[in-house]
Ligand binder design. Sequence first.
Ligand SMILES: Nc1nc2c(c(=O)[nH]1)N[C@H]1C(S)=C(S)[C@@H](COP(=O)(O)O)O[C@H]1N2
Ligand SMILES: [Mo]
Length: 525
Amino acid sequence: MSTTSTPTPTRAPSLSRRYAATLGVLAVGAALGVGHLVAGVVSPPSSPYLAVGNTVIRFAPAWLVEFAKTTFGTADKPVLLAGVGVVLLLVAVAAGLASRSQPRPAVVVVVVLGLLGIAAVMISPTFSPLDLLAPAAALATGVTVLRRLHALALDAAVPPRRPARGELSRRTMLAGSSAAVGFGALATGGIGQWLGGDAGGSRAAVTSRLASATLAERAPAIPASAAFPDLGTPTFLTANADFYRIDTALRIPNLTAANWSLRIHGMVDTEIRLTFDDLMARPLVERTVTMLCVSDEVGGDLISTTNFVGVDLRSILLEAGVRPDATQVLSTSSDSWTAGTPVDVIMEKDRGALLAVGMNGEALPPEHGFPVRMVVPGLYGYVSATKWVTDLELTTFEARSAYWVDRGWSSEGPIKTECRIDTPRADAGPKAGKVPVAGIAWSQPDGISKVEIQVDGGAWQTTELATEVSGDTWRMWRTVVDLPAGRHSIRARATNADGTTQTENAADPVPDGATGWPGIVVTVT
Ligand SMILES: Nc1nc2c(c(=O)[nH]1)N[C@H]1C(S)=C(S)[C@@H](COP(=O)(O)O)O[C@H]1N2
Ligand SMILES: [Mo]
């Protein structure tokens, strides 16, 4: 606010239309530029511009996405991002025009935009707390620029006064500051873009390479009878955005296909180094796998299923020539997380261990390991599923220990036979009479042969199993029970392909996976 008083003001000073609009654009532009720069250093997708753009794309109505795809092809995303840019530009101009005499309306708009940026970053599937830095810096920059330039501009708008000798005229100062802010916005944005690399572009390129690749082996189609989503079980394949996520990464590694490589070394006859192109030049196979986290509690949801596409890991190790005394494949990610996998499990002919590059027809999402992760069906993720994998060392369990093993978890992590009750939900009050009961069960890699339930401590009753897809995936089950009004307890237990029933002993996830029969209590009305 100007403190200069004019002797007889005819009107309160106000900015010209042209400058007011410019001011709005400068403030929003500086905010986005600084946000993009901070994001380039911390985590590229946390750029408020990209975060808002990606959120719009994520929640855009299907018809709009379809229209963008058919009209712009692979340029659909840049076009949508440009659209977001145009909307922001219009909002910035309007905010500026609403603030000719007072900065307040534009400040409110900039704060609201800033909060939208923060919200977009927070609901992104890749969110981690450090990601708040970029939108917060953007908000602070936008408000500061707006207040400062507005004050200067009001000053310059009062009737001209002859500058004292050696003093810059207010108009010159305003023009200089505005130009500096505009230049700064472009420079910070540009540097942020350069620092952030082109992970998004690289992912899109890998997705289109996968779309046109010929697969040497396709996963069998998934019949509709493999899942009962109408009854409340998950869909058979988990959408990438819903796939559970576990990792220690404070920020998602900023890898591209071009800057990725994998070294296979240690107790091998021939060290191998693979670029992403080397990997893609090998036969690509597709495998449907249910992944599970060892931290999953009985009844928990750290379990998901996807169609991975990748390269058979065993064939690569055969080429390297694993020495007979090597017992462990120690895999390391670009952010130095490690997992230790038994060599003999990876080398089982039917195990199907993969270096995966795709998930459900797309490149791996950044938060699931783009560009390459390891996958070993039948083992918990912490001993097998290294994301952003860049190094495989053949060694022994005595010589090296992996991240979670150093923290008290077991060095071996085969997935245990388990099941879960999805329907009825414990908090749902089904109506008395025929009540559907359904859920999932798993026993990788051999599969499930039976799931039984028990109502109120009575006799165990066999349920109907869904069509089996493979032993490496979950299997849904369902039944209907007659329940009178009142409280009822339901328990379930699964039996694997060789006839072993999961243990009743309730155990915590530490050190090698939870056990126990899942149970719910429902109130029937
Ligand atoms: N680089 C890296 N890879 C990792 C982890 C990690 O912390 N860092 N966590 C592992 C664990 S414990 C699990 S359960 C799986 C989870 O994979 P997802 O996030 O794709 O579901 O990744 C594994 N791979
Ligand atoms: Mo895990």
